[in-house]
Design a protein. Structure first.
Length: 150
């Protein structure tokens, strides 16, 4: 079962359970999935790798929004936003630990033959594709920068 079908099935379960927070989060996810499926050139298909990118983006946006709410002294809204982020994160693969991330980036550096900071773009191109959904882009960029500076 692909992610689109899983989310659709979980929406029904959330409706039956009357879980308002989960239902709202999953409906938002499904809306984004449908937009991606019907985009020009998508061919009414939504591969799981594209779905994972969408989920990662939604989770990051939710965390950023919650941080804004917290900064504006609105803990009620921040708590609701983080609840939705937690629902979205259930569908994402477990994020890599810092050690696993460093090992993966070292593999990419060795594979691309990168020698220094000038090769960061080449390493980032491969690393972001390979680690999509497993690590945030900023964490990958920081790790690549640190390892190439050595």
């Amino acid at each position: 079962m692909d992610l689109f079908e899983q989310v659709s099935k979980d929406i029904v379960a959330a409706m039956k359970a009357k879980d308002k927070l989960r239902l709202e989060a999953l409906r938002n996810v499904k809306k984004c999935f449908i937009e991606a499926k019907t985009a020009p050139g998508a061919g009414d298909q939504l591969p799981d790798d594209v779905a994972l990118k969408i989920l990662s983006k939604l989770a990051k946006q939710g965390r950023d929004t919650a941080a804004l709410y917290t900064a504006q002294q609105r803990p009620d809204l921040a708590e609701e936003e983080m609840g939705q982020v937690n629902v979205i994160e259930e569908y994402l693969p477990k994020p890599l630990s810092p050690a696993e991330l460093e090992a993966a980036v070292r593999d990419v550096i060795a594979e691309t033959g990168a020698a220094g900071p000038k090769d960061m773009g080449r390493v980032m191109g491969v690393a972001t594709k390979r680690l999509a959904g497993k690590a945030e882009g900023k964490a990958v960029a920081d790790c690549v920068k640190r390892l190439l500076a050595l």
